[in-house]
Design a protein around this ligand. Structure first.
Ligand SMILES: Nc1ncnc2c1ncn2[C@@H]1O[C@H](COP(=O)(O)OP(=O)(O)OP(=O)(O)O)[C@@H](O)[C@H]1O
Length: 282
């Protein structure tokens, strides 16, 4: 089964000669060796996974493990060195410029860690932006934007500018903007990482409620295992560009495939490190 989004054997090498790097990787070299021998950076290697429609799929891993690289393949902000990226069974690599633009405007929106707001536009115009780009009238787009700002608790701030808001409020604007775009897929790249724990908890609760109500397909990157387990209906763990384990949180928690995963999971196991099973994924 494909799922809404599927990656098939996706590899990404940042550098001028990905073929040499891919050959080394196929021979069993790791990311560090590829870098030492070719000077190139491995973003991802041979990642295949399937993201079901209508749930939150959490992607976790340490810094540099390839999380952003993976997610940016979905809207083709990053082009793979090898492999396929499918949305509803269609390979987005085959899309021409016009279809790609449509994909980004109508199907997929993105929320970034550092908000990505337009500094010289009001909060209202930031949230309305995606709808304006799609050709909606200013009045209609602003009306929808007002509704989403109310949903994330920001009524009364429509005419503020981003730099007048706290980090938590800016992130709510980012979320409202993505929701206002009315896309069925939401990519969220460490959206809550810069926030203090209480705010973070609050936004996680809000995201879970919104997802349950709206049924969007959300791909959520985090380096925080507790956040991944709280939000994800499925989780994937990356290490050095490779997918180490993927599945439902409880299944992963009960049966980590190796000691690395077991140590990574220690925090959601009350500090104890479960024994790895050494079994297959999932
Ligand atoms: N534009 C780029 N040019 C060269 N190397 C890159 C580029 N983008 C990412 N990389 C490398 O690819 C690897 C994966 O990076 P990526 O940003 O996807 O990881 P990440 O898990 O999202 O990290 P973080 O949590 O720090 O954001 C890293 O080694 C990184 O240095």
């Amino acid at each position: 089964m494909n799922g809404r989004i599927a990656l098939r054997h996706v590899s990404k090498v940042y550098g001028a000669d990905p073929r040499t790097a891919l050959l080394l990787l196929a021979q069993g070299a790791d990311k560090q060796r590829v870098q030492a021998e070719t000077g190139q950076h491995v973003g991802l290697y041979d990642v295949s996974l399937s993201i079901p429609a209508g749930g939150i799929y959490a992607i976790m891993g340490l810094s540099g493990s390839g999380k952003s690289t993976l997610v940016r393949h979905i809207n083709r902000l990053v082009e793979p060195s090898a492999g396929q990226v499918l949305i509803d069974g269609e390979d987005v690599l085959g899309f021409g410029a016009a279809r790609l633009r449509e994909l980004r405007r109508r199907r997929i929106s993105m929320v970034f860690q550092h908000f990505g707001l337009l500094p010289h536009r009001s909060v209202l115009d930031n949230v309305a932006f995606g709808r304006r780009v799609r050709g909606e009238s200013r009045r209609q787009a602003q009306e929808a934007a007002r509704g989403w700002l109310a949903r994330v608790g920001l009524s009364g701030h429509e005419h503020d500018y981003p730099d007048q808001l706290s980090g938590g409020m800016r992130q709510r604007v980012g979320l409202a903007r993505a929701l206002a775009s009315d896309t069925d897929i939401l990519l969220m790249d460490e959206p809550f990482s810069a926030l203090d724990p209480l705010l973070r908890d609050d936004l996680q609760t809000q995201l879970l409620a919104l997802q349950a109500e709206l049924g969007k397909t959300i791909v959520f990157i985090t380096h925080d295992v507790e956040e991944a387990f709280r939000l994800g209906q499925r989780i994937a763990l990356l290490r050095d560009g490779r997918l180490v384990q993927e599945g439902e949180p409880e299944a992963v928690r009960q049966a980590p495939v190796d000691d690395y995963v077991a140590r990574f999971l220690a925090r959601v196991n009350g500090g104890s490190v479960p024994r790895s099973t050494g079994s297959a994924r999932g």
